[in-house]
Design a protein around this ligand. Structure first.
Ligand SMILES: [Zn+2]
Length: 324
């Protein structure tokens, strides 16, 4: 891959840095009709090897400290984070990162770690793609929604439609909509669809504890992984504070970093930011696809770049970000 060597000619630009957001790593490539950001192990290794050779990986705490103090960071500075607390982070990613002595952070949706529950976005992916239903009909608000599930392409479209309809809405609306969807599948069918995709299973507190003992930074990714901005104030507070308290209770130690669920502008608000600050967080990371501007950083809305499965493209994007 020619792109892999392109960054070697980069000038050193000390006034910007990048936080990467990974989600998961898996041994077996997921079916192409399951759209997600889970990397295969070889792709993950390839990416880490390039980061190791040609970039400077620093911890999130180091990056935040430098931003607070106005200290210089090394050129081509990268921070590695993982969102969502999938078991594969502990089972596969941790070993690769440790072998390269790379610091990293993992953000846990604490309530899902506690219950062993799956994220609804992943349930929707596997149920609509692998479930028995060929069609689903919902009565959401004034209009009826008919989802045609007869081909993989139509199913993928349906997954996107449901994700869109349930992501940036109030928890009350999300519960009603997803309640209707879950009611279309038996418990056995849900369990069997999940079994086919262990890549989406959450880690356990024991795994989180092992990561923490190995020096991995554990952060708060809310309690139940819902977009904060559309929620009423008391629910935002509850999502932030109850996850903070549960992580503290289960792991001990100091966890000063927060990651907004879904991280896009629709999931973020001044009110959510204020609540995160009041809950004692030193920084919060988003999914605004951008570099960190050292001159005007907002520590409670630090942008990150999502790492997709197309590693060549990720590296090309990184290379571009460090060109003035
Ligand atoms: Zn997330």
């Amino acid at each position: 891959m020619r792109l892999l060597g392109a960054h070697r000619t980069l000038p050193d630009i000390p006034d910007r840095a990048v936080i990467l957001c990974f989600h998961g790593v898996t041994e077996r490539r997921l079916d192409p009709d399951i759209e997600c950001d889970v990397l295969t192990l070889p792709a993950f290794r390839q990416l880490l090897d390039v980061l190791d050779r040609s970039f400077n990986v620093v911890s999130l705490a180091e990056m935040v400290e430098a931003l607070v103090q106005g200290h210089a960071l090394p050129p081509r500075c990268i921070t590695i984070t993982f969102d969502d607390g999938y078991a594969n982070n502990a089972r596969l990613a941790a070993e690769e990162l440790a072998a390269r002595k790379m610091p990293w952070s993992v953000f846990l949706p604490a309530g899902l770690i506690e219950s062993g529950g799956w994220q609804w976005v992943d349930d929707v992916r596997v149920l609509l793609q692998r479930g028995s239903r060929k069609q689903l009909q919902f009565h959401w608000e004034a209009s009826d929604l008919l989802l045609d599930l007869r081909t993989p392409k139509l199913r993928l479209q349906a997954v996107r439609t449901v994700h869109e309809a349930c992501r940036y809405v109030s928890e009350a609306v999300r519960r009603i909509r997803l309640g209707e969807l879950y009611a279309c599948y038996s418990e056995d069918e849900i369990a069997s669809a999940r079994e086919q995709y262990p890549a989406f299973a959450p880690m356990t507190w024991n795994q989180a504890r092992e990561l923490q003992s190995a020096g991995v930074d554990i952060g708060n990714h809310s309690y139940s992984h819902i977009a904060l901005a559309p929620q009423p104030t008391d629910l935002i507070h509850q999502e932030v504070a109850s996850a903070r308290d549960l992580i503290q209770q289960r792991l001990g130690g100091y966890h000063p970093h927060f990651s907004y669920p879904y991280g896009r502008p629709e999931a973020i608000s001044p009110q959510a930011e204020a609540i995160i600050r009041e809950a004692g967080y030193r920084c919060a990371v988003t999914l605004e696809q951008n570099t960190i501007d050292f001159r005007h950083p907002n520590l409670l809305q630090l942008p990150r770049l999502i790492v997709s499965t197309d590693v060549g493209r990720v590296l090309f994007g990184l290379w571009q970000r460090f060109i003035r």
